[in-house]
Design a protein around this ligand. Structure first.
Ligand code: GDP
Ligand code: GDP
Lengths: 265, 265
């Protein structure tokens, strides 16, 4: 099966490192420059094995997002990409002789929105973009480079972000709490949002194990240490516990909404 | 005497914390929000004692810089402010009955340009802004929140930044090397630019001393530890070694250039 994930965030915020960290890959992508004239969506496809399931992972990166001096249209390229995938699926669905089960579904199942760790609040571009995306894709905001923020600052920052999302009517993806087997974990996880994450392509020896970490002169941030950041929670929630729900809500909610508007035109 | 310093950088990049850290103050400024419609320059004045010299410190903050979705005019308010101070001085200088020695000189002696620690390169707004400012004020770029960057990443980042400044013909302030007593130190310091800085309003007990630091679960970044960041070098260079040169170049170079253009009009 396939899983399509979109990463939105400014250049240098850690998107490609986070994809490598989440999916244990080494995408070897050339770092993007800051001087792109507009936003381009670049997609990389990988064949992965995640807990013995073969998966086609499709990572879409927003190259140049937020870099322009005038960011007014930053979100347009993203919405266009999402709609294009919805439309391609719709065209296939409407055919008489369909091959839906063979169809390479490129609809985006999750959008990781990378929030810059300013410690203050969301930026204007974050609010505008997430508002445009929340009815088109499952938006999962994350605080990027969380090793920039102390525990006390993080608590205030998370509270501020959640308040701003509510104030601006932005509907972020909530882990489902209707299924008894996952209700308790998912409810707890919803209370920790947005996840504060750290990514790393480097491994460091801690004790007798090699772990993903960022090594500083004053200490080593261990990506998979839950006392250091929420990376493990993010991985658990989107790759293990809720991947099916992400794919389902994409089809039954976001795609349905697109289809209804498109067919009513 | 007075020292006027301008801090340019996006909201949440650590400007007010750095002013407190550099000048041992507790400016108690209310954190700025991200949703200002345009850039405003806000100035705070303090009476300080720096190594037994009484100094009037004037800190000018660029509130709202880089926050707008359209950042085209971000630099205009800054250039206008600088020119206004030059013009006020010029008007005083041209008077018949002058009181130059009583005059409250608000001309900016240094501009600390805060570079976001992306680890990649400068942003479009950085290049445009520094280019507009380099002939108007002594521009001293610094890498903000340097505790986000590992030693290896920092080395590459500094090299990239310096290359981009040269490529774009941006003239940053160089510590003077004509005076024998400071030539060696200043030359060495010019080779370390841009300074990678960390600021903190909090103190942590290290050994038996209270030191300015940022405490994380994986370790404590000590602001005044030269192995952790370049803060001590920045303070030494601008407050101790070169404050006089900063004030002098402002008057003899930047102001002179303004005066000549203004009188030629
Ligand atoms: N402090 C910190 N730096 C990170 C983290 N993840 C990546 N970086 C660094 O940030 C820089 C940009 O990362 P990259 O993944 O290329 O960002 P992208 O442009 O968003 O894809 C690199 O120097 C990374 O090593 C993180 O979690 N914390
Ligand atoms: N990681 C890190 N965070 C910092 C540093 N300096 C300030 N901060 C934090 O960044 C946030 C914004 O700082 P502030 O000084 O208000 O930024 P300003 O809006 O540019 O004035 C606060 O949560 C600070 O504690 C630093 O050197 N490193």
């Amino acid at each position: 099966f396939c899983f399509n994930i979109l990463c939105v965030g400014e250049t240098g915020i850690g998107k490609s490192t986070m994809m490598d960290t989440l999916f244990n890959t080494n995408f070897d992508s050339t770092p993007s420059s800051h001087d792109l004239q507009d936003v381009k969506l670049k997609s990389h496809t990988y064949d992965l094995r995640e807990s013995n399931v073969r998966m086609k992972l499709n990572c879409v990166d927003t190259v140049g997002f937020g870099d322009q001096i005038n960011k007014e249209d930053s979100w347009k390229a993203i919405v266009e990409y999402i709609d294009t995938q919805f439309d391609a699926y719709l065209q296939e669905e409407l055919k008489i002789k369909r091959s839906i089960h063979n169809y390479q579904d490129r609809r985006l199942h999750a959008c990781l929105y990378f929030i810059a760790p300013t410690g203050h609040s969301l930026k204007a571009i974050d609010l505008v973009t997430m508002k445009k995306l929340d009815s088109k894709v499952n938006v999962i905001p994350v605080i990027a480079k969380a090793d920039t923020i102390t525990k006390t600052e993080l608590h205030k920052f998370k509270t501020k972000i959640m308040q701003e999302l509510v104030t601006n009517g932005i509907k972020i993806y909530q882990f489902p709490t209707d299924d008894e087997t996952v209700a308790e974990t998912n409810t707890a996880m919803n209370g920790v949002l947005p996840f504060a994450i750290v990514g790393s392509n480097d491994e460091v020896k801690i004790g007798n194990k090699m772990v993903k970490a960022r090594q500083y002169p004053w200490g080593t941030v261990q990506v998979e240490n839950e006392n250091h950041c929420d990376f493990v929670k993010l991985r658990e929630m989107i790759i293990r516990t809720n991947m099916e729900d992400l794919r389902e809500t994409t089809h039954k909610r976001h795609y349905e909404l697109y289809r209804r508007h498109k067919l009513e035109e």
